[in-house]
Design a protein around this ligand. Structure first.
Ligand SMILES: C[S@@+](CC[C@H](N)C(=O)[O-])C[C@H]1O[C@@H](n2cnc3c(N)ncnc32)[C@H](O)[C@@H]1O
Length: 249
């Protein structure tokens, strides 16, 4: 039976891969990989494995999902083990479940290696815990992807202690304004953690009000964290320095 492995590549640093992800990656004959997969992670595939980029370069049209489906079907029909390598966790805003469903419809066996999602790992690596006794007892993860931003009900995130927004750079002003309109405080601290675990990682700290006013520059990809936990960053930076091996992408 032909096989599709859905493999989570984590945020970039190869040390953030699971043991299972590395094992499955080494079994692949063909690896279809996304833009947010680092070169170091990709290097862990077998040297003779065919590597096919299915992400988007700056200014280029993204390869369509249908083309990705076609590639999966084509290579699995040839009897190859196909790895679908996605940044973070394949099932967190990664369309991994759609590829999983398609594979099953075509009689392809699917195995999942969950990945460490940027939503959870990236704030921590920047010394921002998502929860902290007396500061944050809840967190939520939302997308601000442009096709969905008008449909996203930001009001339902008004009372979550810590809010993590993925794909939130482009629409950051709209997101911040919507959250303030829904009751979040303009002086609430926020952070954009850009290109986390990569050599040019950068953290931009500000307030929700400044983001809403268009005063905060941020570069994609970034994890946008909103909440009082951001204030813990300085304290934890001095006490528990999170160590990362920088990867390239
Ligand atoms: C299409 S979503 C995929 C999320 C992924 N499946 C995950 O679980 O992390 C892409 C978004 O993830 C975030 N992201 C992923 N890797 C990142 C990194 N190394 N640094 C900062 N943000 C990252 C950014 O918000 C980016 O726009």
């Amino acid at each position: 039976m032909s096989k599709l492995y859905l493999i989570g590549a984590g945020p970039g640093d190869p040390e953030l891969l699971t043991v299972k992800a590395v094992r499955l990656l080494k079994e692949c004959d063909v690896v279809l990989y996304d833009r947010l997969v680092s070169a170091e992670v990709l290097r862990l595939a077998r040297p003779d494995a065919e590597r096919i980029y299915v992400g988007k370069h700056e200014g280029e049209q993204e390869i369509t999902q249908q083309k990705i489906f076609d590639l999966i079907l084509h290579h699995t029909r040839l009897g190859k083990v196909v790895g679908r390598l996605k940044g973070g966790d394949p099932l967190v805003f990664g369309r991994g479940a759609e590829e999983w469903a398609l594979a099953l419809e075509h009689g392809i066996e699917v195995e999942l290696a969950p990945g460490i999602s940027s939503a959870v790992a990236v704030p921590g690596l920047a010394n921002i815990p998502l929860t902290y006794r007396g500061v944050s007892r809840s967190f939520a993860v939302a997308t601000a992807h442009c096709q969905e931003d008008r449909e996203q009900d930001w009001a339902c995130y008004a009372h979550v202690d810590t809010l993590v927004v993925l794909m939130g750079v482009k629409n950051r002003e709209f997101v911040a304004r919507s959250l303030i309109a829904a009751g979040r405080r303009p002086d609430e601290p926020v952070a954009f953690i850009e290109r986390a675990t990569l050599q040019d990682e950068k953290v931009v700290e500000s307030t929700l009000g400044a983001v809403a006013a268009g005063e905060v520059e941020a570069v994609s990809p970034a994890v946008f964290v909103i909440g009082e936990v951001v204030r813990l960053r300085e304290r934890l930076s001095n006490q528990l320095r999170a160590t990362t091996n920088f990867a390239s992408r």
